[in-house]
Design a protein around this ligand. Structure first.
Ligand code: D41
Length: 666
């Protein structure tokens, strides 16, 4: 072997190994720039020795010429479809059918996420990728080898040994959520057509006749099964096959687990549903497959679907509906928020009638209009939003939306604040919408915590003239409250007692309750650690900027708030009504101040939400995932992968008893 040849072999080995570490193990060992440098070195050497270029060299991913058409491929072993289960009951029935047929008490399943991509078949002959085809109708697909070769997570040659001489790998080609966003941003910048979702973007990218276009698209692949196996041994269970494929350099999902029995299936489904919004790619369900291949063979298939597998579909996160009208709401701080009123539609498992449009810039950018057919998205527990308009369905007479120049509630001029997206009503507390919202906020659980005083009741008290500001709450009389519609003696008594009880509070809660613009719970707590009320009233912008996390804008909001005579008078009245707090009570808060907690598993004596609230009340931060910034992991029953991660990062792990001590939970 010449020195050129051995250098080329070594470079290819190195590049393939780096690629494997990156795409399959998700654990890169070199920076991208180093990979690119070695690849360039290989390109140069191959130019020097063109006779040494091989089909499976990492330099040979992108073909030079567009195809004129895709040729047809017949799948020797048909690519079957999946039976669906749309409820827990249907999943339970699936498991029961299998147990009955096999006369078995408990079945082991491989539990996988169901990627929302395109099913693909990859044929490896002697470890070399020789053909790639779409699923098509399951019997006949299209030959997309040239395009598939451009996908970097698909090995052109398998690693190591032990794979069958002929091996058909089946899996899904997809685009990550972030890859999709980036692609659409690029398309927009270049005035090209936008893709509706990652799945369509992946499909459109794979359908290109010019592989150079496909190569520029962020496509990924995950293997989830096999087809043809010729001359060679494979493991006897599906899960073990996936593990073997991984060692051969094929990427498989990190979420796959082996589970036993229906209960573990349901747990897995719940776990992934909860995680769904945080996964980097879109999934539309879970697939359960009988793990043992012998049992699979025994079960066989009906028409075009195997009896041994089932797909549990998630409710779709997007739906189409008609936008009936755009209404402008006024928030606590006067911000005018356009809200879409929708023809009711089911999305993400609930019926949605309103969706946020954020602000007027957003409405302009998306050009959303009354009468439009729109895509609504509700992912996880986030507020439903309008994603985009279906332009083709726009009615002819439609008018662009315009933000009103006046507050729709009080008629005061609406102004855009420099450097802000929001347009605000300038009416302040003279605006009934702002007045009502400020009282709702004052009474809310995380502020003064006046039990039972919610939105509806505040509106009623305000509209009947009993309460116009927070000070009036303390002047309420039993008879007049009891006389309100839907109230009565008992409810009135409960309300007045709740108001009385709430008078004993903490300074930070009170500060937060005042609803000063941009003073949230954390800022209020930081302020309370530094100042007494009298000091804040007199503080200058510079004084306030000394406080952690307070910048000039927030400081300015605070100064303005306490310069307003009406605000000062209301605060005076409130305090004279008996609202009080102990001074110096915040000493113990300092311990947890700024510490970051993550909670995993189930807690026996309180909900995770409650634990989170208590920790935040003590000045801690609570984050959803473990990282280097985490100070403590609270591990309850059945902790998940967060516990492993925390151990890996040597993060302090505490149990429920210790947690209860920290938060003085009685
Ligand atoms: O992730 C997927 N989309 C996925 C699709 C998966 N994890 N497993 C699958 N398993 C099968 C069987 C059991 C029929 C071999 C599938 C598909 N089929 C499938 N994809 C498209 C049609 C069928």
């Amino acid at each position: 072997m010449g020195s050129g040849e051995s250098k080329i072999t070594e470079l290819r080995r190195q590049l393939n190994e780096y690629s494997y570490r990156y795409h399959v193990l998700d654990d890169p060992i070199v920076p991208d720039a180093e990979y690119d440098r070695l690849l360039q070195e290989l390109v140069n050497l191959e130019n020097e020795y063109p006779e040494l270029v091989t089909r499976d060299s990492p330099t040979q991913r992108v073909g030079e010429r567009p195809l004129s058409e895709f040729s047809q491929v017949t799948h020797d072993i048909p690519m079957l479809s999946l039976e669906n289960a749309f409820s827990n009951e249907e999943l339970i029935a699936f498991d029961k059918r299998i147990r009955d047929r096999l006369d078995s008490a408990e079945i082991q399943y491989a539990a996988e996420v169901k990627l929302d991509g395109l099913a693909i078949s990859l044929l490896y002959q002697d470890g070399k990728l020789v053909r790639a085809a779409t699923r098509g109708d399951g019997t006949t697909g299209e030959d997309v080898t040239a395009n598939i070769r451009t996908i970097k997570s698909i090995p052109l040659a398998l690693r190591l040994t032990g794979f069958p001489a002929r091996l058909e790998v089946r899996g899904e080609v997809f685009m990550t959520k972030s890859g999709f966003e980036e692609l659409n941003n690029r398309q927009q910048a270049e005035d090209e057509k936008l893709f509706a979702n990652p799945r369509n973007a992946a499909a459109g990218s794979l359908r290109q006749l010019d592989p150079r276009i496909t190569a520029a698209r962020p496509l990924h692949f995950l293997a989830h099964g096999i087809g043809i196996v010729g001359s060679g041994e494979i493991p006897s269970s599906h899960f073990d096959i996936l593990q073997s494929m991984k060692t051969w350099g094929l990427p498989v999902s990190a979420e796959t687990e082996r589970v036993a029995g229906i209960e573990e299936c349901i747990d897995f489904y719940r776990k992934i549903s909860e995680k769904r919004a945080r996964l980097p790619y879109e999934i539309d369900g879970i697939v359960f497959k009988v793990d043992d291949l012998k049992l699979q063979a025994e079960l066989g298939f009906v028409s075009r679907a195997p009896r041994w597998a089932v797909a549990c579909k998630f409710p779709p996160e997007e739906a189409l509906t008609e936008l009936l009208d755009i209404e402008v709401q006024v928030g606590r701080t006067g911000a005018l928020t356009p809200v879409a009123r929708l023809r009711p539609v089911r999305v993400g498992g609930v019926t949605v009638t309103n969706a946020t449009l954020h602000n007027s810039d957003e409405v302009q950018r998306k050009d959303v209009r009354a009468g439009d057919t729109v895509v609504i998205r509700r992912a996880g527990d986030v507020i439903p939003e309008v994603v985009r308009v279906i332009a083709e369905k726009r009615p002819e007479a439609s008018q662009p939306f315009r933000m009103p120049g006046q507050c729709p509630v009080c008629g005061s001029p609406a102004e855009r604040v420099e450097g802000e997206a929001a347009i605000r009503c300038t009416g302040g507390l003279h605006c009934s919408a702002q007045a009502i919202q400020s009282i709702i906020h004052y009474a809310s659980r995380t502020a003064m915590d006046i039990t039972g005083l919610g939105e509806k009741l505040v509106e009623q008290l305000f509209n009947t003239g009993l309460v116009s500001n927070i000070a009036d709450l303390y002047q309420l009389e039993h008879e007049r409250v009891a006389a309100l519609e839907r109230m009565g003696d008992k409810s009135a008594e409960n309300l007045l007692r709740a108001i009385e009880t709430s008078k004993n509070t903490h300074f930070d809660k009170f500060l937060y309750a005042l609803g000063i613009r941009e003073v949230g719970e954390t800022t209020a707590r930081n302020l309370a650690l530094h100042f007494q009320l009298d000091e804040i009233k007199k503080a200058t912008q510079a004084d306030l900027c000394q406080v952690r996390d307070i910048g000039p804008v927030v400081a300015d909001n605070i100064v303005r708030f306490f310069r307003d005579e009406q605000n000062l008078s209301i605060i005076d009245q409130v305090l004279r009504s008996g609202v009080n707090w102990e001074s110096g009570q915040n000493d113990d808060i300092a311990d947890l101040q700024g510490k970051t907690f993550v909670i995993t598993g189930t807690l026996a004596s309180l909900s995770r939400a409650k634990a989170k609230e208590k920790l935040i009340a003590k000045g801690a931060k609570v984050s959803a995932s473990v990282s280097g910034k985490t100070d403590y992991l609270i591990a309850g029953e059945n902790p998940g992968s967060k516990l492993d991660k925390a151990r890996e990062l040597s993060i302090n792990i505490i149990d429920e008893t210790e947690l209860l001590e920290i938060i003085d939970f009685a």
